[in-house]
Design a protein around this ligand. Structure first.
Ligand code: BGC
Length: 730
């Protein structure tokens, strides 16, 4: 991939604080240095080490640690509490070094945005950058100046619950989103001239490869695939100037990442040029003992420190052992000094030495009307229309609808995987939004979530009443899918289909003979074949956040023509995964040879797929010439015509195939895209720039090379589009 293409200016170069940092370092005792490498978790349960916000005495115990310089960063939120600790750090500790307060703000803070996989369906990095600005401002208003995001682990196995937190399967889309999110989170606060927060992209590296979708398990792929695909978003985040990153807790290709000097120093710093600091994931340092690569926490601390971890989250191993290590061996002393330098540089880079406190006025950012409007907008751009038989959508004002399903009037689940801190108080449900819009409908859940895990529910007590209501209506809107807690950390699924009970209910609804418009909410790709077949229309709505209901109503009612496109393949069966569009060409083609005895080869919906209400046609693709050099950029144009009476956005996608190459290359792979508004009844020209370097292959010694020869370009509305042009790279 062409790095120039991803390169953005780095206004917050931590390197420019070297002098101040060194001056401070000279005055620090070893204990104070080690304190900077320690993260304390101030949780409501107080379970870990430090303090329980509920009890004043524990607050004070923690404050005493801060006063003695034993804490560098904290995992917590809350402006008042943060200012309290900050005051102790700045005014009462010997050197007055301010604290970083880190928190998970994965898809918005108080104003919750779509889960990241949903947001990726916008194919609109600029829009996601703006969304992160709102998140950063709200987080800052809540006493947070360091955000554990963006989560940019590329993932091709939707059994893994954390697929919801990332941008899907593709390295180009994932990289452009990663870069946009870092920039958005590190937006400059006009009041201070420094970013509101430091971003912490995660989880470096390869965590999305967790085998079998089982979280925390081994990650394995060839180095070639790792660097060709999985590493790309991390590189993009580094290029965008991310100030910190988090080391994964997993074992990748035989190495525990948190103890790996290869990944954390040679790749991350020496190869990618990262200049911020590395924080371990929660407990990852002590987990080196569980991986049995360290005998005890002291050995784990030593290993992680030398590997390149600067901040220890959740293990307390640096705090307990780094002082002794410092005295024992010069190598550790140097590593501690270097880690302190990196952490202090970031503290300077976000302006903490000048502006340590969170101002009360920042409160105005919380759930501001503009933030909610932005969430609604990102929400409607995230929705993917998967099926619309006989143009049953948009809904008709002259019909009466039966709104049903476990998520039809649900505010708890809509915020999604990482919004557990914001119970559904400000959330708009589908029912609320349709009522507001004046639609004629009756509502009953019919099939609520019940049972311990809600997968095994047999409860059909609501069916009879609901089916009677259905009979009184013309058509059915069935809002079904996953609970928020079915995706996210350690929330794998062995089956990525709807729970049986939702199908039992669907079959009953079907018997009424009414047409069915299904709205699917989820945090992963789903193999929902029966749902797709039984529905006349299928709208993929993910978990859209605070404004979910409004965004969905905008699409259902046709005030917005759906423009979302899948950032991940939807397989037909769980057994097909991993399934993705850029597989390396096989010796026996997928089209001609069925691989399974009991099912098809093909996906339910391919990568890039999504329908529109508008009918948009593509004219022939125009490329100015057909011979190119490796350092040039191809300009590609295609004329689109909207034959309908509705404005619509179109995501024009380009894929490539290297016709003959020295190593196997993808059958086809995304190499460019552009999202463009095509007004009703008009014709527009979409342009796309594709640096030839994006057509590079990865060699076995991990170098990217564009091999001379012929390339096929496929341009269209999803990854199944037909051949558009052939070019030659000289
Ligand atoms: C997760 C991280 C998260 C951290 C702090 C860990 O369990 O893997 O993604 O940032 O906790 O909450």
């Amino acid at each position: 991939m062409n790095r120039d293409n991803l390169l953005v200016k780095q206004p917050f170069d931590p390197g420019c604080y070297t002098e101040q940092v060194n001056q401070l370092l000279e005055r620090m005792t070893v204990r104070e240095k080690v304190g900077q490498l320690n993260l304390d978790h101030v949780s409501d349960s107080g379970d870990l080490t430090d303090c329980n916000l509920g009890e004043r005495s524990s607050m004070e115990a923690e404050a005493e640690k801060v006063r003695r310089g034993l804490v560098g960063t904290m995992l917590m939120k809350g402006r008042e509490e943060a200012n309290y600790f900050q005051k102790v750090a700045v005014e009462e500790s010997r050197l007055g070094i301010p604290l970083l307060f880190g928190f998970d703000v994965i898809h918005g803070h108080k104003t919750v945005f779509p889960v990241p996989l949903g947001g990726a369906s916008t194919w609109d990095p600029q829009m996601l950058e703006e969304a992160e600005e709102y998140a950063a401002r709200e987080a800052y208003a809540d006493g947070i100046n360091w955000i554990y995001a963006p989560m940019i682990d590329l993932c091709r196995d939707p059994r893994w619950g954390r697929v919801a937190e990332g941008a899907g399967e593709d390295p180009l889309l994932g990289s452009l989103i990663a870069q946009a999110k870092v920039r958005g989170l590190q937006t400059v606060n006009p009041e201070t001239g420094y970013p509101y927060v430091a971003a912490c992209f995660k989880h470096f590296c390869g965590y999305g490869l967790s085998q079998g979708g089982r979280d925390y398990e081994e990650c394995e792929t060839s180095p070639r695939t790792l660097f060709m695909d999985y590493m790309k978003p991390y590189q993009a985040a580094v290029d965008a100037g991310a100030l910190s990153t988090m080391s994964a807790f997993s074992v990748l290709n035989g190495q525990a990442v948190t103890g790996s000097r290869y990944y954390l120093t040679e790749v991350l710093r020496e190869q990618f040029g990262f200049r911020g600091f590395v924080c371990s994931d929660y407990g990852a340092v002590k987990e080196l003992v569980h991986h049995r690569v360290a005998a005890d926490r002291k050995e784990a601390a030593a290993q992680a420190l030398l590997a390149g971890v600067d901040e220890d989250m959740g293990s307390h191993a640096f705090a307990d052992y780094c002082e002794a290590l410092y005295e024992e061996d010069q190598r550790f002393a140097e590593a501690v000094d270097e880690a302190v330098r990196r952490i202090l540089s970031v503290k300077f880079a976000v302006g903490l030495f000048e502006f340590p406190y969170f101002p009360e006025e920042a409160e105005k950012y919380m759930l501001a009307p503009e933030a909610r409007e932005a969430a609604r907008n990102v929400g409607r751009h995230s929705i993917v229309l998967l099926k619309n038989q006989e143009k049953i959508l948009p809904l008709s004002p002259s019909k009466k609808y039966f709104l049903t399903g476990p998520l039809s009037d649900n505010v708890e689940e809509m915020p999604g995987a990482w919004a557990q801190y914001h119970p559904g108080t400000n959330v708009i449900s589908v029912k609320m939004a349709l009522e507001e819009a004046g639609l004629d409908f009756l509502q009953s859940d019919g099939c609520p979530f019940t049972g311990k895990y809600c997968f095994d529910s047999q409860d059909d007590s609501g069916f009879a009443k609901a089916l009677k209501m259905a009979e009184e209506c013309d058509e059915i809107i069935y809002v079904c899918g996953e609970k928020a807690a079915w995706s996210g950390e350690n929330r794998g699924r062995v089956s990525i289909d709807l729970p049986k009970q939702q199908y039992r209910y669907l079959r009953e609804l079907k018997k009424t003979g009414r047409k069915i418009i299904s709205v699917l909410m989820c945090g992963r790709a789903m193999s929902c074949q029966e749902l797709a077949e039984s529905s006349d229309a299928l709208v993929l709505a993910w978990h859209l956040g605070t404004e979910a209901g409004h965004s969905i109503a905008d699409v259902l009612l046709g005030s917005y023509s759906p423009s979302g496109r899948l950032p991940i393949t939807f397989p037909c069966y769980t057994g097909q995964v991993p399934y993705y569009h850029s597989w390396l060409s096989s010796g026996r083609s997928r089209e001609s040879l069925i691989r399974y005895k009991d099912g098809e080869n093909g996906p339910l919906y391919p990568f890039g797929y999504g329908l529109s209400y508008a009918e948009i046609t593509y004219d022939a693709v125009h490329i100015s010439r057909n011979r190119w050099k490796a350092d040039e950029t191809i300009r590609l144009e295609v004329v689109l015509t909207n034959h309908s009476e509705m404005d619509a956005y179109e995501v024009v996608q380009a894929y490539y195939q290297d016709v003959v190459s020295s190593l196997p290359t993808p059958d086809r792979k995304l190499c460019g895209f552009t999202k463009i508004l095509v007004p009703a009844g008009s014709t527009v020209k979409a342009q796309m720039l594709i640096p030839v370097e994006r057509l590079a292959l990865m060699t076995l010694d991990l170098k990217e090379v564009v091999e001379p020869g012929e390339f096929i370009l496929f341009v269209g509305r999803d990854s199944m589009c037909g051949e558009s042009a052939r070019i030659v790279v000289e």
